[in-house]
Write a protein that binds this ligand. Structure first.
Ligand code: G2I
Length: 490
């Protein structure tokens, strides 16, 4: 498998110029946008600009309720150039009763995407889930007509506004047999070709996809998808792409992913990573976050390796809006942004995998594809850093505690790389940390910057934190020194 060099196809470039105008307007939007760009600003290349330079997109899922979270939308519009509506184009929203359509929630996402210079992956037209009961209880001889009119009406409504459609979502069982849903039961396997033809008639320019999970590696399910696509292509059925959802468990990205995607591309279809996340059993340790950075970089590299891979989308912007904690008890931290929309090690690893720069001004090392979050502070970290202020807050329970520490650069020079030293009260043992590495786990400890938050401009603040076991004394440390200077408190 060869690593390709891509040139953007002309239409994509022209479209991008159009989006750039919209994006220029949108980028004036809010101070929050600027602030967030600064926070992610450990990385001076955004996900989307790095992806576009490679001829691919970087997308995210967004729901209607996400649109009222300005922190989230600031990250979304500055970092991503493709949006997949999380729920708003699904059948239960768009046609809750027979013949009665509601496109308002989906339209809101499209409007947001257009005003932010992002394209839209339509998701989805036919799926066994989030399907209103009126469809599943139709007599078999009425299912085809209902499916065709649903597809025709929805794809016509969004004609010219979506880049692609997931026409049939998740058609397979894990053993490679087709799911016995209402569509299969009424029409047999031919419902898939019928759905694709109907969508193509309504919007001939949309790229038409089949999308599924657990088809990322070579296995019975991906073999079945492969045979289906091969057969559809041989019959001249309009199919343009296969979506690999990619809901991974930490450390379990299949080693056959690139080869698997490549065999689909060789059939003459595009491939895309459509719903990437990488769930971690909580609490996430810094080693977990390093593994996650490696997993994300692997997936992005797999896409870049495969000619015909058009882009990667994450399922949700950050850990705070991810579906994982609600669906998998005890798991979370599955995205590139933490619960406060701060970039995690996976973010920098992805920018690096895309060939972008994660730092020019900071002397902290540019993370490699397998970036470790525990980048050491730069040599300058040992010098005097100038004034600093530390505010900390502790929340404790019988045997544990979390502590968040906000460090502000109150001086007039930029801090490039930092070490914060403090002494943990007796009985406290750090079990995990965020936005920093803390060593050792007890007693006098040193907390150092990660690769993405080593630079602190004058007036800038960052928050780090840790979870610890404690044996009755959950108080905060008495004093903090930053690069050798004692910090004021408050
Ligand atoms: O399950 C993760 C994804 C797997 N592939 C297809 C995607 O469409 C799917 O997305 C998720 C949404 O992210 C969830 O938000 O699909 C779920 C349903 O299968 C969505 O969850 C549902 C909840 O289960 C409902 O209780 C809720 O009413 O979201 C609904 C709308 O908020």
């Amino acid at each position: 498998m060869s690593v390709r060099t891509r040139r953007l196809p002309q239409p994509r470039r022209a479209q991008r110029a159009l989006f750039a105008t919209a994006a220029a307007t949108a980028s004036a939007v809010t101070l929050a946008t600027l602030l967030l760009a600064g926070q992610a600003g450990a990385a001076n290349t955004s996900l989307k600009s790095a992806a576009e330079a490679k001829g691919v997109y970087f997308g995210t899922a967004l729901t209607q309720s996400n649109l009222s979270n300005s922190t989230l939308t600031s990250v979304a519009s500055s970092q991503f150039d493709m949006v997949t509506p999380g729920n708003e184009m699904k059948w239960d929203t768009t046609e809750p009763s027979n013949g009665s359509y509601n496109f308002a929630p989906g339209d809101q996402i499209v409007t947001y995407a257009q005003s932010s210079g992002m394209r839209v992956r339509g998701h989805n037209l036919v799926w066994h889930s989030q399907l209103p009961s009126w469809v599943s209880s139709l007599p078999a001889n009425q299912v085809q007509a209902a499916m065709e009119s649903h597809i025709t009406t929805e794809a016509t409504h969004y004609k010219g506004k979506v880049y692609s459609w997931d026409v049939v979502n998740e058609p397979f069982n894990d053993d490679g047999t087709l799911r016995q849903d209402v569509f299969y039961t009424a029409m047999g396997s031919g419902y898939i070709a019928d759905a694709l033809r109907t969508a193509h008639a309504a919007d001939p320019n949309a790229k038409l996809y089949l999308n599924d999970y657990n088809i990322e590696g070579e296995n019975a399910k991906s073999n079945a998808m492969y045979s289906l696509v091969q057969s559809l292509k041989s019959q001249g059925v309009p199919i343009d792409g296969v979506g690999f959802e990619s809901h991974f468990i930490l450390g379990q990205v299949p080693t056959t992913m690139a080869a698997n995607m490549q065999r689909f591309a060789a059939l003459g279809v595009n491939v895309a990573v459509t719903e990437l996340d990488d769930r971690i059993q909580l609490p996430a340790s810094s080693a977990n976050l390093a593994q996650q950075a490696s997993d994300f970089a692997t997936v992005v590299n797999d896409c870049l390796t495969v000619s015909g891979c058009v882009g990667v989308s994450q399922w949700g912007v950050g850990d705070a809006d991810s579906w994982i904690p609600g669906a998998f008890s005890g798991y979370g931290a599955a995205t590139m942004y933490d619960g406060n929309y701060q970039p995690k090690p996976a973010y920098n690893a992805v920018v690096a995998a895309l060939g972008g720069s994660t730092s020019t001004s900071s002397p902290t090392p540019t993370p490699s594809a397998s970036a470790s979050p525990s980048a050491s502070p730069s040599p300058s970290a040992t010098g005097a850093a100038g004034p600093c202020k530390v505010a900390d807050s502790v929340s404790a329970w019988n045997t544990g505690m979390t502590e968040n520490i906000t460090i502000t650069n109150t001086g007039s020079s930029t801090i490039n790389g930092w070490s914060l030293r403090f002494t943990l009260p007796t009985g406290q043992t750090v079990t995990s940390a965020w936005n920093t590495t803390i060593t050792p786990a007890t007693g006098p400890v040193t907390s150092t910057n990660l690769s993405y938050n080593g630079t602190l401009a004058p007036g800038a603040a960052i928050t780090i934190g840790f979870q610890a076991n404690q044996t009755g004394n959950a108080s905060a440390p008495g004093s903090f020194t930053l690069n050798g200077s004692t910090c004021s408190r408050g």
